[in-house]
Design a protein around this ligand. Sequence first.
Ligand code: B12
Length: 212
Amino acid sequence: MEEELKRAFLGMKRQEAIDLVKAALESNTDPLMILGVCREAMEEVGERFETGEFFLSELIHSAEVFKQVSAILEPALISRRAPETSGSVVFGTPKGDIHDLGKNIVVTMMRAQGFLVHDVGVDVPPEKLVEEVQRTGTNILALSALITPAFVSMKKAVSLLKEKGLREKTFVIIGGGVTTDLARKEVGADAQTLDPTKAIRLCRQYLERTTL
Ligand code: B12
């Protein structure tokens, strides 16, 4: 399935990708594993774009296919029983970046796990991110980045949290294809991961620590 699904993405074969995902779900393949394969395929689309083999139109088309596929995966991704969670999260893609496919998946999965998520969208200025943290009284700020200029906005958001005296009581977690642990250190975040399940676990652990 893996290779066929990647081939369908790279061949811009929308219906084939959809059928393969449906068939994989029907044969009880782990939805997170299917998501992982789609993500890898998107990475490959990105690499081909970088080398000039693909154009923006392929990037856009593959994003559309991914959107449809994630809508099919969504019920399976959120079907696990949600434990009680009282946490709330401000979630956004910082200024300079308009990618949101990965963010939307993590937001959906967090909501399904009982988190109250304030999704502030894409291209969000650092000031607005911090304002939302303040306005909602949230103590988790989750940021998604797919392009490197977004790191500047992330760093600014962290320093604004400091300025407002909110840094100590805010858990800052970052994710998205371009992030690494090195980037986490650079922007001054507390955690970094590409894995939505791990992100949920880390946020929950943070809440448990702070409510003890
Ligand atoms: C699809 C796509 C687009 C679509 C986006 C559609 C949308 N609504 O998001 C469109 C066509 C609009 C687009 C535009 C552009 N793109 Co683009 N795009 C991609 C592509 C191919 C896939 C991204 C994707 O959605 N992946 C699938 C998702 C599911 O993966 P993900 O986001 O990583 O999310 C997962 C995890 O990271 C995690 N996660 C995500 N967020 C968060 C947050 C937290 C807190 C946590 C814990 C976890 C988490 O959850 C997901 C679980 O699977 C990538 C290639 C790549 N390597 O990723 C290029 C890529 C990101 N784009 C790139 C570029 C250059 C651009 C453009 C500048 C192109 C242009 N010339 O206009 C513009 C950017 C404009 C801007 N200012 O943002 C470059 C960035 C290079 C860089 N290092 O800066 C890439 C890497 C391609 C490349 N190799 O050149 N793009």
